[in-house]
Write a protein that binds this ligand. Structure first.
Ligand SMILES: Cc1ncc(COP(=O)(O)O)c(C=O)c1O
Length: 395
């Protein structure tokens, strides 16, 4: 018999969609797939070189559990020069992707039944990760008028004696919203004053179109001590398959995370870690170029969205997603269960377009599409959405 825990876990919607897409492709259909948050770039040249070199120089054995010292030094330098926060290598634990960095952190902090406040919309894996690690996700509804950012008042309203942690995803997947420093300070100070740890997932921080991004630990020494920073190379350096993420935290938490990781996976693949060194120390120009491409796609897509009827969107200040409100057709669509699932099924089956239902992020009137893919494909995707919406509105 399977565990009670596993019966409470919802399978990943995004993985479910990619499975359907693969099946349709095998049937010979051509699908415009905007469902995955995966950069369409090669990894930086120097990352490839360093990774390949690792194989040739026999860097293929066990190494330090928290990660290669050279990589941790490179991460420390990145956090100092790009995010204005000072760590030492012993504060860093390199893990197999940011997902792993998050679950390591939850295992280090949560006891059974501890509450974790999660602003909605949330990245789809967060609630399930919290449950897997014995915690209870407490959903904090945000408002479109606040660009889906939480406020101090809403945080206070969800704080109980069981609250152990707050998740902040900045820039946000799915909305692309970026908190300003002024918005963060009261939230961060409230958490410090009330012994609530912050898990700050900043994996999209490098893909940001405003100057207003602030890394939470850079706010103050107390903010740094109270925060587990999550970042990695999957998005910024297009290294999704190489699985390099990391935590930066107080030495005490870092030690706990390393102890857990030591028993579960030891450390991520060494060749991937060397590729990470190449990405962090020798690939700035290439990464800047990727960000510039996302930015120009974003501008073109916003122009297109502004011509579309029946759709509302949030201008993304970071990441590479469009979060589209398609609630205008709700009364014209027959559905059982989740509305956004039905819309995504229609788009996939009738329009050969794969996007992710908003229900995966806790907001059912929305769909998410990724523009980490060729612009012409995304533009074609938006056209198909428009045709679908019009067919419903005019029916
Ligand atoms: C907000 C957020 N955090 C973490 C991750 C996981 O990153 P990784 O692929 O490095 O595990 C993702 C991936 O989509 C994400 O969107």
């Amino acid at each position: 018999m399977l565990s009670k825990k596993v019966s409470q876990i919802t399978p990943s919607y995004t993985i479910g969609i990619s499975t359907k897409v693969k099946a349709l492709k095998q049937e010979g259909k051509t699908i415009v797939d905007l469902s995955i948050g995966e950069p369409d770039f090669f990894i930086p040249e120097k990352a490839t070189e360093r990774g390949v070199e690792a194989f040739h120089t026999n860097q293929t054995k066990y190494d330090l559990v928290p990660g290669l010292i050279t990589l941790r030094e490179a991460i420390v330098e990145k956090l100092k020069s790009e995010n204005g926060v000072l760590y030492t290598p012993s504060d860093i634990v390199v893990s197999s992707g940011a997902k792993h960095a998050i679950t390591n952190s939850l295992l280090a902090i949560l006891d059974q039944g501890d509450e974790v406040i999660l602003p909605v919309p949330y990245w789809t894996s967060y609630p399930e990760m919290i449950k897997i690690c014995g915690g209870v996700p407490v959903l904090l509804q945000t408002n479109k008028t606040d660009q889906f950012k939480m406020t101090l008042e809403s945080l206070k309203a969800h704080h109980t004696t069981k609250t152990k942690m707050l998740f902040i995803n900045n820039p946000s997947n799915p909305t692309g919203a970026v908190y300003t420093k002024e918005e963060l300070i009261p939230i961060v100070n409230y958490c410090i004053d009330n012994g609530i740890y912050i898990l700050s997932d900043e994996i999209y921080e490098r893909i940001c179109y405003t100057d207003s991004f602030t890394s939470i630990p850079s706010i103050s020494e107390a903010a740094k001590a109270n925060t587990i920073l999550i970042n990695g190379l999957s998005k910024s350096a297009a290294m999704t398959g190489l699985r390099i993420g990391y935590t930066a935290s107080s030495p005490e938490i870092a030690k706990a995370i390393a102890t857990i990781q030591g028993h579960l996976v030891s450390h991520p693949s060494l060749a991937s870690q060397w590729a990470g060194v190449g990405a962090l120390t020798e690939s700035k120009t290439e990464i800047d170029q990727m960000v510039a491409v996302y930015k120009s796609r974003r501008e073109a897509l916003i122009k297109q969205l502004n011509t579309m009827k029946g759709i509302e969107y949030i201008t993304p200040d970071g990441a590479f997603y469009l979060y589209l409100n398609i609630g205008s057709i709700k009364e014209h669509v027959a559905f059982e269960g989740a509305f956004s699932l039905k819309v995504c099924d229609d788009l996939l089956n009738d329009y050969n377009l794969a996007v992710v239902p908003g229900i995966a992020f806790g907001t059912d009137d929305y769909i998410r599409l990724s523009y980490a893919t060729e612009l012409s494909l995304v533009q074609e995707g938006l056209k198909r959405i428009e045709t679908y919406l019009q067919s419903k509105l005019n029916a």
